[in-house]
Write a protein that binds this ligand. Structure first.
Ligand code: ADP
Ligand code: MG
Length: 223
């Protein structure tokens, strides 16, 4: 059985009298442990689809199944719980908390899960080490380079051991060399941990390194 099944999903944004039909019947399946890319031109609806899968926005119609759960039918409370328990997010801009150290940023989701401070610290250090940043644990985001910040964001997404990681242009803000380094590290960690990853990217070279590419065009997945 697939980990994720997106079934005939439509999304229309309505702003006043203006309606934008962005997704017009998206169907896709992602298997457990798979690393898939979602590609498409700017404005094609990649982020929209990722937000829907991440339960951060509501479909106009259609269904999204995660294991056997229909995410579209969950209450807002249950969605929040679902996200905390099952999902990790990485964005183009790191979204780290600026007043906290790298270590504290990675500890945050663990502590929100009710894990003790000592255990959260140990686990966060382990994941900072995985992204080769244990020596920068006490640095604030502004004291880190762009690539290092993204690596902290990756450690933060991985530390809860989520079943699915949703990454929206995680290396989009980095130069090519750094983007490759960070992506390779990310990919290796995800494979090692047998996590499933959905990567949104406009970079075809990165997309080619995944198990499967879905291309959005005119609101549907192009074959
Ligand atoms: P991509 O990530 O592929 O660049 P997006 O999913 O961000 O594309 O956007 C797809 C389309 O939906 C764009 O035309 C964008 O302007 C529109 N859109 C995205 N978010 C909103 C929103 N919250 N309200 C209205 N329109 C939106
Ligand atoms: Mg986008």
């Amino acid at each position: 059985m697939s980990l994720l099944k997106v079934e005939n999903v439509y999304k229309t944004y309505v702003e006043g009298k203006i309606k934008t039909d962005v997704l017009k019947g998206i169907n896709l399946c992602v298997e457990k442990g798979q690393l898939v890319a979602i590609v498409g031109q700017s404005g094609s609806g990649k982020s929209t689809l990722l937000h829907l899968i991440g339960t951060l926005d509501k479909v106009s119609s259609g269904n999204i199944f995660f294991d056997d759960i229909n995410l579209c039918k969950l209450s807002d409370n249950k969605k929040a719980k679902f996200r905390n328990q099952n999902l990790g997010f990485v964005y183009q801009f790191h979204h780290l908390l600026t007043d906290f150290s790298a270590l504290e940023n990675v500890m945050m989701p663990l502590q929100l899960q009710g894990i003790s401070k000592a255990e959260a610290k140990q686990k966060a250090m382990y994941y900072l080490d995985c992204v080769n940043l244990s020596s920068k644990a006490n640095f604030k985001p502004r004291e880190l380079s762009g690539g290092q910040r993204q690596r902290v964001a990756i450690a933060r997404a991985l530390c809860n051991e989520p079943k699915l990681i949703l990454a929206d242009e995680p290396t989009g803000n980095l130069d090519e060399q750094n983007a490759n380094l960070v992506f390779n590290l990310f990919k290796d960690l995800v494979k090692k941990q047998q996590t499933t990853l959905i990567l949104v990217t406009h970079d075809n070279d990165l997309a080619k390194q995944t198990d499967r590419i879905f291309c959005i065009k005119n609101g549907i997945i192009e074959d």
